[in-house]
Write a protein that binds this ligand. Structure first.
Ligand code: ZN
Length: 469
């Protein structure tokens, strides 16, 4: 076999060079368009001007027109509380006979700026410094929108008979927790139905190393109240035979982890399945953990972050030190938040947690357990054909084999997508890298990775067009 024909068969009917060339020659224009999006402070929090969300929805609708979309709508649905949700763009290009449809998701809203004094460049003015573009939304997730726009323009210009159906779904309230998302999916299920869903709102393993995000932890939380007295009493008159509520709560809390620092709740799922790991040194730098602190838990750091449960106490109702007096505190309430391994049913996790709490001997003190929220985890089907096609596209774009990555946090809307569209193959991609600082001051986008992310999506669409799914 000549090297030419080897290259062609490796290309799966896709002209890799033409697509990359198209993106290269349009890259400055794409950056200019991204800069215009960054200039709109589209923040979906109540305390910010909602007119900017309308403006950014209009701006992405204009971009959709340049990407071959035939029906373009800005739609809203109410949240469960009855308030109207933020404007979302839904745009569609129908599939040719026999071709599949791909839904491309991103969000056009951004995080608030935080303290502007912490920024080295103007928050809403995309600013290039070296190989990065700084600004709120420059990465999360206006770059995700530009990946979808630019990839479509590349395939329409460079691929003959491109017949894959494409739907854009750019929501406007992701950073506010997507309050109308579920209702939106249910109301527009027909418009959004697809064979493959690409969510461009995550990141890559490192600058220069692409990744698919293939798992997300779930979460649940509970409020626990410990009571040993009907009312407060003098600590001198009654201290001794009676243990106060904070002491009892501390005794209970100390049972939540074993001597290694792993979560000690029986019956919770836990996997050792990460392909990659952080060095301890890198993790220490990224997290800012104290130098003297010995990291908790066992196994790879990535498994501890992605594939095992984690448990934190995130609030306590106790008198402050400045209001303390010589009394035995009769009751104490605290809130526990748990991150759950992919595949863990949050309701079962709460049952296991409650059973643990009730089993601890606190000398018969009253213990109340109140489950308060639960969010599903996500585990990609690694055998789905779109997964292999996406891995091929990422490798062609970056020239580096991609990593399957987990995410320690939760993206609840991904489980909504998989529940409403169970037949769709979901791919979670993105433009961020470990230095992107999404949500923080000095958010930025690596321009090389951004270009590769556009290439990868164009290559993926072109190969789906050539070979189907
Ligand atoms: Zn995002």
């Amino acid at each position: 076999m000549t090297s030419d024909s080897t290259q062609q068969s490796a290309a799966h009917g896709v002209d890799v060079t033409a697509l990359k060339g198209h993106i290269q020659s349009n890259f400055e224009k794409i950056l200019a368009e991204l800069t215009e999006l960054v200039a709109i402070p589209s923040i979906a929090w109540d305390s910010f001007d909602p007119a900017n969300l309308e403006k950014s929805a209009q701006a992405v609708a204009e971009l959709a027109k340049t990407a071959g979309m035939q029906s373009i709508e800005i739609l809203r649905e109410p949240t469960d509380s009855g308030a109207m949700g933020a404007p979302a763009l839904v745009a569609h290009r129908p599939a040719a006979e026999g071709k599949p449809t791909v839904l491309l998701y991103a969000h056009h809203d951004v995080q608030p700026p935080g303290d502007e004094a912490d920024w080295n460049t103007p928050v809403f003015e995309a600013t290039r410094v070296g190989d990065r573009l700084f600004g709120r939304g420059a990465a999360d997730d206006k770059a995700g929108i530009m990946v979808h726009i630019a990839a479509m323009r590349a395939v329409l210009d460079s691929v003959e008979d491109f017949g894959v159906g494409v739907t854009y779904f750019f929501e406007g309230e992701e950073e506010a927790g997507s309050p109308s998302f579920r209702n939106f999916l249910e109301a527009h299920q027909d418009k959004l139905a697809a064979d493959v869903i690409i969510v461009a709102d995550s990141g890559n393993w490192a600058v220069g190393t692409p990744a698919l995000t293939t798992s997300l932890r779930g979460m649940c939380a509970a409020e626990i109240t410990v009571r040993s007295l009907k009312h407060a009493v003098h600590s001198g008159m009654f201290g001794g035979p009676i243990l106060d509520a904070p002491i009892l709560a501390a005794k209970l809390i100390s049972t939540f982890h074993d001597e290694n620092g792993d979560v000690a709740i029986q019956g919770l799922l836990s996997h050792d399945s990460a392909d990659v790991d952080f060095t301890e040194e890198q993790f220490r730098v990224d997290s800012g953990v104290s130098d003297s602190f010995a990291l908790a838990g066992t196994g790879k750091i990535t498994d501890r972050l992605w594939n095992k449960p984690a448990l934190s106490v995130i609030g306590m109702d106790v008198p402050s030190v400045s209001h303390s007096s010589n009394t035995l505190i009769p009751q104490m309430r605290f809130k526990v938040s748990m991150r759950l391994a992919p595949g863990q049913d949050p309701a079962k996790a709460l049952e296991a947690f409650e059973a643990h709490v009730k089993s601890v001997d606190l000398r018969g003190a009253e213990v109340e357990f109140k489950p308060i929220e639960a969010g599903s985890s996500y585990q990609a089907n690694l055998d789905a054909p779109a997964n292999a096609t996406a891995a091929w596209a990422l490798e062609q774009a970056w020239g580096v084999v991609p990593v399957n990555m987990g995410l320690g946090g939760s993206i609840p809307f991904i489980s909504d997508l998989s529940e409403i569209f169970p037949q769709a193959q979901i791919l979670v991609t993105g433009v961020e890298d470990p230095d992107s600082r999404a949500h923080s001051a000095n958010e930025s986008l690596h321009l090389g990775d951004f270009q590769h992310a556009i290439e990868a999506e164009a290559l993926l669409l072109a190969r789906i067009n050539a070979e189907g799914l």
